[in-house]
Design a protein around this ligand. Structure first.
Ligand code: ATP
Length: 327
């Protein structure tokens, strides 16, 4: 049975509208008008046990709202959700034991206390016996290389260490399903890589199902074979990461190293210029024009080196969201 089932899920937020100024305030006090924000619209998908799925979309696309509905924090306006067989909004204790939500911009650890104290509170909340607590603590803190840090106040931890401690707290009850909303937000490259490695290992060791949002494409490419793309609340793509690149990147990046510089005007005739760094040029060329463009570049320019690559996924997604052409 699928671990997550989402069927025609929608969320509409009613938002009170207030005109500026005193008149607006008085009118708002006596007669409120509302407008609707369609944050999520008729979204359907299923996720199998043990899968890691990347949930992509620009700001305001509806990712967090979807995660909130999957974890029972927000009631859907319509549609059906099941996570590990439970209806999230009922927030049954067994359901809460089954899943965890980690939000990069929110913390559950108490700021002035050592992380260990917050972990003990979590152990009590989740009814974890002392021996199991000690065993999990040892295992997770070793995986996260956090052993030395758990006894110092959370406010004295680095951002990366804090995020790792947050993950430890979220996983102490060994959830089967993990919802991660920007888990590497604001972390430096090394800390991001450490969190990614940990998630990969956790997934493999416990066959945990993970749904992850991130604006860092390195997280997605390192962890997710499957991605879902949401835009204006609509699910625009659900499939392999490679399929996403094929569908939305019908172009290639051509890198050229020239023996001598040439004018921008000349380069534009081969493709769209991404960057010019002295004699090193990066162009994006539509796939159907690639053969012709390469033949012309070789014939017309004095080149030292040339390579053809898929454009970086960040650029593809960035363009997609900038242009809004995702259908
Ligand atoms: N509590 C709320 N009340 C009203 N509107 C909301 C509420 N929460 C979110 N929205 C709106 O719903 C839409 C989707 O927001 P959501 O937070 O789900 O997007 P997101 O994809 O997670 O964005 P981001 O990447 O910026 O976190 C946005 O237009 C947002 O302004």
């Amino acid at each position: 049975m699928s671990m997550i089932i989402v069927d025609n899920l929608s969320k509409i937020y009613p938002v009170a509208v207030k005109e500026p100024g005193i008149k607006g305030t008085i009118t708002h006090f006596f007669k409120r008008t509302y407008r609707e924000i369609k944050a999520v619209q008729n979204v359907s998908f299923t996720i199998e046990p043990g899968e890691i799925v990347g949930f992509l979309g620009p700001n305001g696309a509806g990712k967090t709202t979807t995660l909130k509905m999957l974890t029972g924090l927000v009631h859907p306006s319509c549609g059906r959700v099941r996570v590990a067989g439970y209806v999230p909004f009922r927030r049954q204790p067994q359901f809460l034991q089954t899943m965890s939500l980690v939000m990069g911009q929110k913390q559950q650890l108490l700021w002035d206390l050592p992380a260990l104290d917050s972990l003990r509170i979590n152990a009590a909340v989740y009814n974890i016996p002392e021996s199991v607590f000690q065993q999990r603590l040892g295992e997770l803190s070793e995986m996260l290389t956090l052993q030395e840090k758990l006894k110092q106040p959370v406010r004295k931890l680095s951002l990366g260490e804090r995020m790792k401690a947050e993950l430890l707290a979220a996983l102490l009850h060994h959830p089967q399903v993990l919802f991660l909303d920007e888990p590497t937000l604001g972390l430096d490259v090394n800390a991001q890589a450490a969190v990614r490695e940990f998630l990969k290992e956790y997934n493999q060791r416990y066959q945990a199902t993970i749904l992850l949002t991130s604006h860092y494409m390195a997280d997605i490419t390192a962890l997710c074979k499957r991605v879902m793309l949401i835009h204006h609340g609509n699910l625009m793509y659900d499939g392999s990461l490679d399929g996403l690149l094929e569908r939305f990147a019908p172009c290639r990046e051509v890198k050229i190293e020239l023996a001598y510089p040439v004018s921008e005007n000349q380069l534009v005739s081969y493709g769209e210029i991404v960057s010019i760094d002295g004699k090193e040029i990066r162009l994006v060329v539509p796939q159907e024009k690639l053969r012709n463009a390469i033949a012309r570049i070789i014939a017309e320019l004095d080149i030292i080196d040339l390579s053809i690559n898929e454009p970086p996924i960040e650029e593809i997604i960035g363009r997609l969201f900038q242009t809004g052409v995702v259908a």
